[in-house]
Design a protein. Structure first.
Length: 460
């Protein structure tokens, strides 16, 4: 297997593809072999602490759940004594992973949204690996450049683990359905909707076995076909700061008055997240119109916290209503006060694995109404910490909200207790470190067993 992977396969493939460039093929081949031998010798983990290289695009100034998940994970790994190096393409030392104690290399990236650059593989990544000498590479989230990084790690025989924070197959469908409103027309969008998810699934089936391990934030993902028969797939818990940041102690009467549009006596429902099509935020306007129907008494007030490409559509739909407050982006203490001053957290999103807002809301003492999809049923105990509804069905969401309102004191108390007991960053990093250790044991055990099977050289 090693002979085919590192010698015959690459050499034959390169010679077939580039018959006129035999010298260049040999040079590249020898360079890869030398780099692999060097890294294999220097990246073997011994007893003690680990050198972890984290690769991805979920870092500041990007604002989403995976970013905060990455920051807390890096901070906890560093506090536990491990060395962390981050390879990304966005931010700078004033706002980036350097603040959490990691060293950083910034390389090639393509900006797809404001403040969001997709990190792509480049020679700078190989240089960073040679300099840092990681025991293991952690690919943070599944993004288009992930396959390139995975191939490099596979060729250089450095174990790589992928953590899956997003459902890329569902994201692709959601984004493509929105294309007719923007640029390419209905025919092109329909073709992409039909073809692109199949292409993504084929790529996952082909390349995911190259990873040494997979961490799933949504345990239901294990039923997806590209994880079948993979030996090292395990769920990964999520967490938030329940002690200092997301806590009922931040409740503020003035903030509640502002978010409720002057009606603090009514239950306050909040949405927190990026306002973009793949988050199904167009359902927010439908929900408001369904819950507070014209001619009926107001049941509650709504506050939408966040910004993104869909903000103009939301303003056209509900921006004129007095029962909706558009707060924009809130960070730090402003965000903590907004959470703690509300009563109920709502989300229509079905394309994430586990949005951190469900954890942050419960930690802040809010009841939760979310879709019965992806990982939401794993963190929201229906009837105990909140209620679930049929995905994308706003009439059923209305039913869940109205049933929650009379039970708010009980649901909110249970949500806070559940968060304190379950959402701890120490658990998250312990699970990640266990995955790293098992992955390295598998990789080095395979090398050891292979060496043990080789016959000893005979006498000359």
């Amino acid at each position: 297997a090693h002979l085919i992977k590192f010698t015959l396969g690459p050499l034959v493939s390169c010679c077939l593809l580039l018959p006129r460039h035999a010298i260049a093929v040999c040079v590249v081949f020898c360079a890869l072999k030398a780099a692999r031998a060097l890294l294999a010798a220097r990246c073997r983990a011994g007893p003690g602490k680990l050198r972890v290289m984290i690769v991805g695009d979920s870092f500041a100034p990007k604002v989403d759940g995976p970013r905060f998940f990455a920051e807390h994970t890096i901070r906890q790994l560093v506090e536990d004594g491990h060395e962390v190096h981050v390879y990304c393409s966005n931010g700078d030392a004033t706002i980036g992973p350097e603040l959490q104690g990691a060293s950083v290399t910034r390389g090639l990236g393509i900006e797809v949204f404001p403040s969001h650059s997709i990190t792509l593989p480049s020679p700078r990544f190989i240089s960073a690996m040679a300099t840092f000498k990681p025991h293991i590479v952690h690919l943070l989230d599944t993004h288009p450049g992930c396959i390139g990084f995975l191939l490099i790690c596979w060729v250089l025989a450095v174990p790589a683990v992928i953590s899956h924070h997003s459902r890329v197959d569902l994201y692709s469908v959601a984004v493509c359905h929105d294309l007719p409103k923007h640029a390419w027309g209905r025919f092109a969008a329909l073709a992409i909707v039909r073809i692109f998810p199949r292409v993504m699934r084929a790529l996952f089936l082909l390349f995911f076995p190259l990873a040494s391990g997979h961490l799933l934030l949504d345990p239901s993902q294990k039923r997806q076909p590209w994880f079948f028969r993979l030996p090292n797939v395990r769920p990964w818990s999520s967490a938030c700061d329940c002690r200092c940041q997301f806590h009922p102690k931040w409740r503020d009467t003035a903030v509640r008055l502002k978010l409720s549009g002057g009606r603090p006596d009514l239950p306050l429902v909040i949405f927190v997240g990026r306002l973009s099509p793949e988050k199904q935020v167009s359902k927010l306007a439908e929900l408001v119109q369904t819950v507070n129907a014209p001619g009926q008494p107001e049941c509650c007030r709504f506050a939408i916290i966040g910004d993104g490409p869909s903000i103009d559509e939301i303003k056209r739909g509900v921006g004129h209503r007095r029962d909706v407050y558009l707060a924009g982006i809130l960070v730090g203490e402003e965000l903590y006060r907004a959470y703690a001053s509300a009563d109920l957290l709502f989300s229509p999103t079905i394309t994430g694995t586990l949005d951190l807002v469900f954890l942050e809301g419960q930690a802040s003492g809010l009841a939760v109404v979310g879709p019965r999809a992806v990982a939401v049923p794993y963190v929201v105990k229906e009837g105990v910490t909140g209620l679930l509804y049929r995905p994308l069905d706003m009439r059923d969401a209305r039913r869940a909200i109205l049933q929650s309102i009379p039970q708010l004191p009980r649901l909110k108390a249970a949500a806070r207790a559940h968060a304190e007991a379950s959402f701890q960053w120490s658990t998250v990093t312990a699970e990640a470190t266990a995955m790293y250790t098992e992955t390295l044991h598998r990789a080095h055990g395979a090398d050891t067993s292979l060496a043990a099977r080789r016959p000893a050289p005979g006498p000359s």
